[in-house]
Design a protein around this ligand. Structure first.
Ligand code: P1T
Length: 377
């Protein structure tokens, strides 16, 4: 089946009572049991919910996986992953990933005895060299937030398989439309559904997808035992959204290519980070493992004053956290999404005070270009 056919049909259960085409919102916390020990397979809302099950199947199919397990946010999904580990385990993680993931690992999970090795996973040898006897997991974000650095997924999956490590890929920036890490041999895909998958800036959600039965049953246990589940209404909203994921992603990608080209050619930025630019250091890898380049662009404007002028001067772009919605957003990673990283560490990676991140929406590109030109006037 093609992507859009799956997006529209996979996991969709027409209502058995009325035949309603759209999966209903099963807004219930519990289920009537026929007799003691006899029920229809549904016992309690945290454990079972049909709207959530429909969403989990839908995203699993889009990610070329067998099992999806949904959570109340991207970070709740990341936290659930940590529950696959125990005190004394080591995780190798991409050094430039979403600031909230860094904060969860470094400021919280460390207190529970889990140790993190931060490496630049864009060089596969760094992953190999970081493996310790107690390493259990490799956590990769590709492209990274906000610097759009890539990791070779075929190579990383091979290293993990050889060393018996669980490979996890945060695929939020690409969405299942542009990249499917499980197809490259990775074990688990993570999404903040808050971003492209939902795409309408009205839901916080997360999901993990895997082909491994053992991992799935552990995650299913964690979902119920820890209870960070999404509401039936949120699941329904995300299901509504995946139907248009393909058309939205095409437009994000089309707009972002033009926007990145403008930033580069006009020389208003000192450095532009976008995998679709031929001078992106991993452009060839992007072409190999991604089917598009996505809607995220970062640019270094040289001085904080210039960055501030753009951040405060735009009118169509909204200054705000988050990304992946139909409306364009602009943000300042150093003081917003990545503020929990020490300034020194941040600057070493390239997250300077003059770096601006753009989430290119699906508005008319001419208007977005005009907006940034006007902001600089
Ligand atoms: O916000 P939440 O749904 O919990 O997702 C966390 C998360 C996980 N992974 C990536 C790559 C992310 O970008 C995020 C959230 N990011 C933002 C809020 C942001 O503005 O970058």
């Amino acid at each position: 089946m093609g992507f859009s056919t799956d997006a529209i049909h996979a996991g969709q259960i027409p209502d058995p009572t009325t035949g309603a085409v759209i999966t209903p919102i099963y807004q219930t916390s519990t289920y009537a049991q026929e007799a003691l020990g006899k029920n229809k397979g549904y016992s309690y809302g945290r454990t079972h919910n049909l709207t959530r099950a429909a969403l989990e199947e839908n995203i699993a199919v889009l990610e070329k996986g067998k099992f999806g397990v949904a959570f109340s946010s991207g970070l709740a999904a990341t936290h659930a992953l940590m529950m696959l580990l125990k005190a004394g385990d080591n995780v190798i993680a991409t050094n430039n990933l979403y600031g909230g993931t860094y904060r969860l690992f470094e400021l919280n999970m460390k207190n529970f005895g889990i140790d993190f090795s931060w490496v630049d996973t864009s060089e596969l040898k760094n992953i190999e060299e970081a493996i310790k006897p107690n390493t259990k997991m490799v956590f990769i974000e590709t492209p990274t937030n906000p610097l759009l650095s890539l990791t070779d997924l075929v190579g990383a999956a091979k290293i993990c398989r050889k060393n018996n490590l669980i490979s996890v890929v945060d695929n939020t920036f690409m969405s299942p439309y542009f990249q499917n890490p499980l197809s490259f041999g990775c074990d688990i895909v993570l999404h903040s559904q808050t971003k492209y998958i939902n795409g309408h800036s009205d839901v916080i959600g997360g999901i993990l997808v895997t082909n491994e039965e053992k991992i799935h049953s552990k995650l299913r246990y964690v979902q119920n035992a820890f209870g960070s589940i999404p509401s039936p209404f949120d699941c329904w909203l995300v299901l509504r959204s995946t139907k248009t994921l393909a058309v939205r992603m095409e437009r994000h990608d089309y707009n972002a290519r033009q926007f990145a080209n403008y930033l580069e050619k006009s020389a208003i930025a000192q450095k532009v980070y976008y995998p679709g630019l031929v001078n992106h250091p991993q452009h060839e890898l992007a072409r190999k493992q991604m089917r598009g380049f996505g809607g995220m662009i970062s640019a270094d404007f040289g001085t904080f004053t210039k960055a501030q002028k753009i951040l405060n001067g735009v009118k169509i772009f909204t200054l705000g956290e988050s990304l992946g919605g139909v409306e364009s957003l602009i943000s300042h990673p150093a003081t917003m999404t990545h503020a929990s990283i020490l300034k020194e560490e941040r600057e070493k990676m390239g997250i300077t005070d003059s770096l601006v991140r753009f989430s290119i929406g699906i508005e008319d590109i001419e208007d977005l270009l005009e907006d940034i030109k006007n902001a600089l006037k």
